[in-house]
Design a protein around this ligand. Structure first.
Ligand code: PGA
Length: 303
């Protein structure tokens, strides 16, 4: 049926008033305009919707059916208008966030605190490595991305730092370097490192650091998760370099130890990032403010 909202609105008014004249008055239309809209609607329905008895018009059976649907459509439209209004605020809506695998150790805490404040917001979280995050930015399919310093070349981005991200060297408690002070970078060259996969921000930062210092590190196994690295180091497969944010219980339970090495920790920062020119939704805007102003403190309190 090729029916317009205008026809349904006119139909609803005639049905309610039982009169073309009064419907015309309410809608500020002429009476022939009202009759025309009803005729068009009846043409589409293929049935008469009203019958005139005396001065009053009554719904036919087909008219009553049509009235049922037109009321439902009107209610749905009102509901749509209400939801649109809500989306202009921050009471409702969807927040699509992508975070670095390393950032996930604190991102869930940030999202939990945020969603306690804004209970009706639906959050979608993708956890991936730096390379995956750059893809999200390229596709512009996330509201915000939480990652290490984004590249200065390529995409035009807005990136604001909100928290430090120190990278440290971890060892098993029984490792011979545990307890040594200011281990030299040369000494580290004699060790094997378990490293993150290519595409990881931690890996890139680590490689850049050692290249800048002219140190040639020997890398052993490559693993695509911080958890796997921590377990490998604990099992004595080598030393590891991870963000301090990935460590909590392991240090407390003394399953891993942070080594005291020269020029360490490697100091990085976490950034909240989006494409330049992106129109952030009100919800994304509020989340970004929250991360920038309260992010570091929220994470600190949870540790
Ligand atoms: P990642 O961390 O190693 O999990 O990719 C991102 C980053 O530090 O930039």
């Amino acid at each position: 049926m090729n029916v317009t909202f205008r026809q349904l609105k006119v139909f609803e008014a005639v049905a309610r008033h039982g009169s073309y004249t009064r419907a015309a008055e309410e809608l500020h239309l002429t009476q022939p305009a009202v009759s025309m809209q009803i005729k068009l609607l009846e043409g589409q329905a293929g049935l008469a919707l009203f019958e005139q008895i005396g001065k009053k018009v009554y719904l036919t059976e087909a008219g009553r059916e049509m009235h049922h649907y037109s009321r439902t459509i009107a209610q749905e439209l009102n509901e749509a208008a209400r939801v649109m209004e809500e989306l202009k605020g921050v009471q409702r809506g969807r927040l699509v966030i992508a975070v670095a695998s390393t950032a996930n150790y604190f991102a869930t805490r940030l999202l939990a605190t945020f969603s306690q404040r804004y209970k009706h917001i639906t959050i979608s979280l993708d956890v991936t490595n730096r390379e995956g995050l750059l893809r999200h930015l390229d596709n512009n399919d996330a509201d915000l991305v939480i990652m290490g310093r984004p590249p200065s070349q390529g995409l035009e981005l807005v990136a604001e730092p909100f928290m430090e991200n120190p990278l440290v060297i971890i060892a098993a408690p029984g490792h011979e370097l545990v307890g040594e002070r200011r281990i030299s970078l040369q000494r580290l060259q004699q060790e094997t490192f378990v490293v993150r996969e290519r595409g990881s921000g931690t890996r890139t930062a680590m490689e850049r650091f050692f290249t800048d210092k002219g140190v040639d590190l020997s890398t052993g196994m490559e693993m695509n998760s911080n958890e796997a690295i921590k377990q490998a180091v604990e099992a004595g497969l080598g030393l590891g370099i991870v963000s301090i944010h990935t460590l909590a219980l392991e240090l407390e339970l003394q399953r891993l130890v942070v080594l005291d090495a020269e020029s360490f920790p490697i100091l990085r920062h976490w950034y909240v990032v989006h494409r330049l020119g992106k129109r952030l939704s009100p919800v994304a805007q509020v989340f970004k403010e929250f991360v920038l102003t309260e992010g570091a403190q929220t994470v600190r309190m949870a540790r």
